[in-house]
Ligand binder design. Structure first.
Ligand code: GAP
Length: 441
């Protein structure tokens, strides 16, 4: 059942332009994915909503956009060169490599061989992706693509303090690409080698009570964000990290997990990073990373409560959560639709002329389309019959389909069909903009 659902989602993503395998015409590149026209819109809507909530609507968070390529010393300081690794084992039968901590994947592989499988001893495999910068290849030009987007924020802590009016507690937000040399990419986009993150590093006074307060605050705040996007409550849960499971920088960590077809899976984390990053950058760069309280003159290295969400995993779980098969509607054969919140849906509405070969209908519909697209992402479709157009829009999650028919020429109204109920209502053309605004809130 679970495999079946995943293959349906993967097929829909390809068929409807959400996600394609990376470099597909060359046989692909493991762990990379390309977002098509609908996928790019969905992902952008997610990132825009996140940025609006985190940066635009808050007075205590500012945004940055740091470089992907950094001086490699930053990755030594942050501990990634030494400790950002997964345990790797190799199957002695076929030399395929696996993560030693992914027991299900190991067992599945062992079962695929007739003979008894023996494994090499686990060894730590560093996940940082190396690149060469400049005209010389060799150790001196070796850099790392960022393994998490976090470092670019911490190294700019002082710059942000000196160039803005923020004061502790405050956060720095960032959205951007990260790269990891994952041993076994898999589960569609879930474990990729190139992916995007949305993070806030929230700097607080270095006090246990403050740490606990903000940690709990951000856990609930992030859960509420995903609920506000329409994700089903029963498919979301918190999971605290056990001792020994946490990343090298974390004093405490809690994941938000989704009930995916392949099991409960992390798609964002809240991490209490303490003063790990700022202290290490202070030590390694020799630069002062302390905050000086302007009122008391007190100096301290702030602690950091981080919220780190995967854009791709969030997008994948939004798609899975929205995937709906409805046997009761759709000309007798049932239908598939994506029950995406109108806030996040790639297109807010689609506009159709009832018949493509009637210029008066096409002209009227085009006028509505041109007008609405000034404010909303709107799709146009004049191909095939209305049933096929509805089916195509359902599969990309368009919440409203607007049809211009012969009556529209007389009564200046259109038929608006609701994606989820398939019910239709008549709406005056002059009211369409307000109608959509009201539904998309
Ligand atoms: N700065 C903290 C940090 O990077 P993480 O738990 O390693 O923490 C945060 O990653 C989020 O980034 C994860 O919850 C996940 O959504 C996303 N992520 C991490 N590795 C990923 C991968 N290989 N493919 C897709 N998303 C990934």
């Amino acid at each position: 059942m679970a495999d079946d659902l995943m293959s349906k989602i993967v097929a829909l993503c390809k068929r409807r332009g959400f996600i394609y395998p990376g470099s597909e015409i060359y046989g692909g590149l493991g762990g990379t994915w390309d977002y098509g026209p609908t996928g790019a819109l969905l992902k952008k809507n997610l990132k825009d909503l996140w940025w609006k909530e985190m940066v635009q609507l808050r007075d205590d968070i500012v945004g940055v956009d740091a470089a992907i390529m950094m001086n490699p010393k930053a990755w030594v300081a942050s501990g990634h060169v030494e400790a950002f690794s997964d345990p790797l084992i190799e199957c002695k039968v076929c030399n395929q490599r696996f993560r030693a901590d992914k027991i299900d994947e190991i067992e599945e592989h062992a079962a695929s061989h007739k003979e008894k499988v023996e494994w090499t001893e686990p060894q730590q495999f560093n996940l940082l992706v190396k690149a060469y910068l400049g005209v010389l290849e060799g150790k001196q030009s070796e850099i790392y693509l960022r393994g998490e987007i976090t470092n670019g924020v911490h190294v700019n802590f002082k710059n942000v303090l000196d160039s803005t009016r923020v004061r502790i507690p405050f956060g720095i937000a960032q959205i951007g690409k990260a790269f990891r040399n994952e041993i076994t990419p898999g589960n569609f986009t879930f474990r990729s080698r190139e992916f995007e993150q949305m993070e806030v590093q929230f700097y607080i006074r270095p006090e246990v009570e403050e740490g606990n307060k903000w940690f709990e605050y951000w856990k609930q705040n992030r859960m509420d964000f995903y609920l506000s996007l329409g994700m089903k409550k029963e498919n979301l849960r918190f999971r605290d990290h056990a001792e020994g499971e946490r990343a090298h920088y974390a004093k405490a960590a809690c994941d938000i997990e989704y009930n995916a077809p392949f099991g409960w899976s992390e798609f964002m984390g809240i991490h209490h990073r303490g003063d790990w990053d700022l202290s290490r950058h202070m030590e390694h760069s020799g630069q002062d990373m302390k905050f000086r309280d302007p009122e008391t003159g007190e100096e301290f290295i702030p602690w950091d409560i981080e919220t780190s969400a995967g854009v791709d995993r969030s997008t994948l779980f939004l798609l899975i959560d929205a995937y709906t098969e409805d046997p009761s509607t759709g000309s007798g054969q049932g239908r598939i639709y994506l029950k995406l919140s109108p806030k996040i849906a790639p297109y807010k509405a689609a506009v159709f002329p009832l018949l493509a070969n009637k210029p008066e209908l096409v002209e009227k519909a085009k006028g509505i389309y041109d007008d609405l697209k000034q404010n909303f992402m709107v799709a146009w479709d004049a191909r095939g019959n209305i049933g096929k157009r509805y089916a195509a829009q359902d599969e990309i999650g368009t919440p409203f389909c607007i049809t211009v028919d012969f009556d529209s020429l007389e009564d200046e109204a259109v038929t608006v069909r609701d994606r989820d109920s398939a019910k239709q209502e008549r709406v005056k053309i002059v009211d369409l903009r307000a109608y959509l605004n009201d539904k998309i809130k």
